[in-house]
Ligand binder design. Structure first.
Ligand code: HEC
Ligand code: HEC
Length: 339
């Protein structure tokens, strides 16, 4: 910091000498206006506010091990990792400042992460600058995933119907989240996308708990009964579906589904979430659990053997049918097993 100060005071005398590298971190405006001092002050203010408001959970060192942490599930974020769950970039990439501001101002529903709506925005910005110092070798934020305009505004019911079909068909969201339609309907939705049925999960109407990079397994929400952490407005849902949830099994769908499909899913999830805690949700779940036994149709006969096996490339392309894990092959950031 001292050296930077020097550069700023005598930029011409020292130009192109040893401070060039340091100066690269600062844009000319910041140097000209001596903002480096403000940055120092901002960090000091951020540190004080952080210790007042955040350290009890996130820990003085930002490691997520504050005194309250052992009582909390999910655990407070470990800021040393740099990445977060909810952002406008693909899951697992560095979040933008706006992403952090949104989370801090709104909190995460259904977790102990409170809303800090009443803190002045300047104070939040100071805290964010300080929080970033916990991450060694911090990378630049990832590219934002563009979310185009809502195409279903004039036909919301069609959006919900499209979402239901994709959820149980092409995207197979119910491989982790619960299904919300009866089994024959699930088969119908898969058929609509020419997807082979490899059977149902043992408990298709419950969530399937998945490993995460956050040191604990995470159960995907059941939208009829659980909170959605990052918001239940369609705009929030389309973002989290497109970007995924960093460090968890929840994939980024932005690159594999069309905007129309992403919004359809947001409409469908919003519809389900709007029933949360109502009698209608209870009745729906009861009916699904008590549906009559159902035997799925037998798989179609295997295709006739290829005429020649001499050319391996030919047979490889012939078997380019969807793999057993089928679905739109989204990208997930949860690569490493916990611990
Ligand atoms: C009462 C405990 C508690 C306090 C106080 C708290 N947090 Fe959190 N925070 C959490 C928990 C728990 C999570 C993780 C939620 C999850 O994993 O779903 C979290 C997550 C976060 C995240 C990451 C969100 C993401 O997308 O991964 C940020 C950023 C954050 N908190 C910032 C702050 C800041 C800044 C403060 C102080 C102004 C603060 N928190 C105070 C409990 C707390
Ligand atoms: C491979 C497993 C998996 C698949 C497939 C999957 N999800 Fe998720 N999803 C998760 C997990 C795990 C979470 C919980 C993340 C957390 O709270 O930390 C989650 C969370 C969510 C959330 C809540 C986000 C929040 O703010 O709390 C929504 C909405 C969601 N998923 C929608 C979908 C939709 C729509 C699909 C299909 C297009 C889908 N998911 C497919 C695992 C999955």
């Amino acid at each position: 910091m001292r050296i930077l100060g020097y550069c700023a005071i005598a930029p011409f005398a020292l130009a192109m000498t040893s401070c060039t590298l340091d100066r690269d971190k600062w844009d000319p405006d910041q140097l000209a206006h001596g903002k480096y001092v403000a940055v120092d002050e901002s960090l000091a203010r951020g540190r004080a506010s952080y210790n007042d408001y955040c350290a009890g959970c996130h820990g003085e060192k930002g490691d997520g091990e504050g005194p309250a942490a052992k009582f909390l599930k999910p655990k407070p974020r470990d800021f040393r990792k740099g990445k977060v769950k909810f952002a406008s970039v693909a899951a697992g990439e560095m979040p933008t400042d706006d992403d952090l501001i949104r989370t801090i101002q709104r909190g995460l529903h259904g977790t102990s992460m409170p809303s800090w709506r009443l803190l002045p925005k300047d104070e939040i910005l100071d805290i964010i600058q300080y929080v970033k110092t916990f991450t060694p070798n911090r990378k630049a934020p990832g590219g934002m995933i563009a979310i185009p305009a809502d195409p279903w505004l004039k036909a919301p019911e069609k959006g919900v119907a499209e979402g239901e079909k994709l959820y149980h068909g092409l995207a197979n969201c119910n491989s982790c989240h619960p299904a919300y339609v009866e089994k024959p309907k699930m088969v119908e939705h898969m058929k609509a996308f020419d997807m082979p049925l490899s059977g149902f999960r043992e408990k298709p109407y419950d969530s399937e708990t998945k490993d995460s990079e956050w040191g604990e397994a995470i159960t995907p929400p059941d939208f009829l009964s659980d909170y959605i952490k990052s918001g239940t407005a369609k705009e929030d849902l389309v973002r989290v579906i497109a970007t995924g949830v960093g460090g968890t099994a929840m994939p980024s769908w932005g690159a594999t589904l069309t905007p129309k499909q992403l919004w359809g899913l947001a409409y469908y999830v919003e519809h389900l979430a709007s029933l949360r805690g109502t009698k209608k949700a209870q009745d729906m779940r009861k009916a699904l659990l008590e549906q009559p036994p159902y035997t799925p149709p037998p798989p179609p006969p295997p295709p006739p053997p290829p005429e020649t096996t001499a050319d391996p490339s030919a047979s490889a392309s012939a078997s380019a049918a969807p793999s057993s894990s089928a679905s739109a092959a989204p990208t997930t950031s949860a690569t490493a097993a916990p611990k």
